[in-house]
Design a binder for this molecule. Structure first.
Ligand code: GLP
Length: 263
């Protein structure tokens, strides 16, 4: 990846859906590189940026590129602030299956983010309602400039499962059967995926000034179609992104295959 340059061949489709910009790339690697470039540009423009970050398999390649950019001296996140989207309930941040541990492994330990500007939900908090309120207050004090999202195969963003409303805020939710199944393969030590998680709500996510959403692989194709072309609906929570003025979808061909494009 060259910082700031994605070849014309790899970015082979760009179109707009509602106010959302949609770009389709030949592969997940190319889509991930493009997301990394967009984040690096945003940080170069505003070193004090507030980033919203996601976990899951999807952003791994993005985080690898960001890590490379820092270790080669092309970028610094020393002044950036981060907020993570979600965390499993009941897991301490030291547990290898916690999203806190994921973030350390994939990004924080390989870059120069400052510990005191990293905001994570405490999955081990005794009182999850109070912990949700604490995190929501921190978000209100530091609005997110750029939110990175992945997409669940059921259309969830963060852990806002189908049925989540557009005005939902940080809260503890029960995970759907589809999400439990999808996340089973990501476990390192646990036998089963925790049944509950605390997540930013849809309203918190839509409060970000701009949003990048990366979806790759054919398992996401149905959700991508509903979220981009279906109109806002709680059935596919990612579809609420169509109400936001600055959303940029980065897709690979597999994730984009059910879109009726170009328009
Ligand atoms: C996870 C996370 C989401 C993530 C989504 C997709 O469980 N809560 O933030 O975007 O589900 O995960 P993956 O990227 O592994 O497909």
């Amino acid at each position: 990846m060259t910082f700031g340059a994605i070849s014309a061949q790899s970015r082979f489709e760009v179109f707009s859906a509602n106010s959302n910009r949609v770009e389709v790339f030949a592969s997940s690697a190319e889509a991930s590189d493009a997301v990394a470039v967009a984040i690096l540009r945003a940080v170069a423009e505003n070193p004090d940026i507030v980033l919203g970050l996601a976990t899951g398999n999807t952003p791994r390649k993005v985080y690898a590129q960001l890590s490379r950019a820092v270790s080669s001296g092309r970028a610094s996140f020393a002044r950036a602030t981060t907020f993570n989207l979600d965390e499993y309930c009941g897991l301490h941040k030291a547990h290898p299956d916690s999203f806190a541990a994921y973030m350390r492994r994939e990004l924080f330990d390989k870059t120069d983010f400052s510990d005191d500007r990293i905001n994570l939900i405490d999955g081990a908090a005794q009182d999850s309602v109070r912990e949700a309120r604490r995190f929501a207050d921190a978000l209100l004090r530091k609005p997110i400039d750029l939110q990175l999202l992945g997409l669940g195969s059921n259309g969830h963003i963060g852990f806002n499962e189908p049925g989540s409303t557009i005005d939902s805020r940080v809260r503890c939710v029960e995970l759907s059967a589809e999400t439990l199944l999808a996340n089973q393969e990501t476990l390192i030590e646990l036998q089963d995926v925790p049944s509950h998680a605390t997540t930013m709500g849809i309203a918190d996510i839509l409060g970000a000034r701009s949003i990048i959403i990366l979806a790759t692989g054919s398992a996401k194709a149905q959700a991508v179609r509903h979220c981009i072309e279906g109109g806002p609906s709680a059935t596919w929570p990612g579809s609420f992104l169509s109400t936001h003025p600055h959303v940029h979808w980065f897709l690979d061909q597999d994730a984009a295959r059910f879109l009726e494009k170009p328009r």
